[in-house]
Design a protein around this ligand. Sequence first.
Ligand SMILES: C[S@@+](CC[C@H](N)C(=O)[O-])C[C@H]1O[C@@H](n2cnc3c(N)ncnc32)[C@H](O)[C@@H]1O
Length: 229
Amino acid sequence: MKNRAAARGPRKQPAYLLHRGDALDAYQGWPTPTTMISDGAYGVRGFHGDTIGTDRIAEWYQPHVEAWSRLAGPATTLWFWNTEVGWATVHPLLVQHGWDYVQAITWDRGITHIAGNVNGKTIRRFPVVSRIKGTMRRAAPRVHNPSSLSAAHLNQKPLEFMRRMLNAVTDPGDVVWEPFGGLASASVAAVETGRFPCAAEIDHDFAEIAAQRLDDALAGRDQETEDLP
Ligand SMILES: C[S@@+](CC[C@H](N)C(=O)[O-])C[C@H]1O[C@@H](n2cnc3c(N)ncnc32)[C@H](O)[C@@H]1O
């Protein structure tokens, strides 16, 4: 599969890289990251290819963790998104590959982040954050009858969250890896804040939306607004 590079500035340096395919085929060609934002399998059937439970989740991450560990720098920060059980299950694999644990951050989504696919008055679970809607596609195995109000991607993260994560550990010009891009929220925030994102997304339709968002960010066009509690 191919890398897509979009240019910024008079010397046509790429402003981001987007690999439309398996991240495993992209890592080798990416520059050393200052930070990586991993938002991959959760074991909740959250996207096509997610595992059904956490039993196989370490196996799912293993080739990625091996590549990250080989290609990261000594000061690279890895942000590893997951459920508490997913993280706990993958943690020994990360430790085995030399990653030092720093801290766990719990995301209190708050009621303002009500999901795209549920009724806010009747929801009986904590909501999923989502914003882009209306692709009418089954975004994940557990989405059966997508409507125009359905989320384009069940796992789209708020840009403000991504900005905070980047600001915490990177400076302008630093390289940010987003191997499981989805709609490339981390990379959009990276473009906005002058970092250099390298993203991959294996699903063709998600990669299309990601590319559009990245181009919008590059052109300074407004992204969806999202507040964090
Ligand atoms: C949890 S979602 C990421 C959502 C993203 N953080 C956002 O804000 O939109 C995980 C994504 O990783 C993609 N994916 C899974 N395995 C992949 C792989 N080996 N290489 C590239 N993308 C992959 C899936 O298609 C899915 O869209």
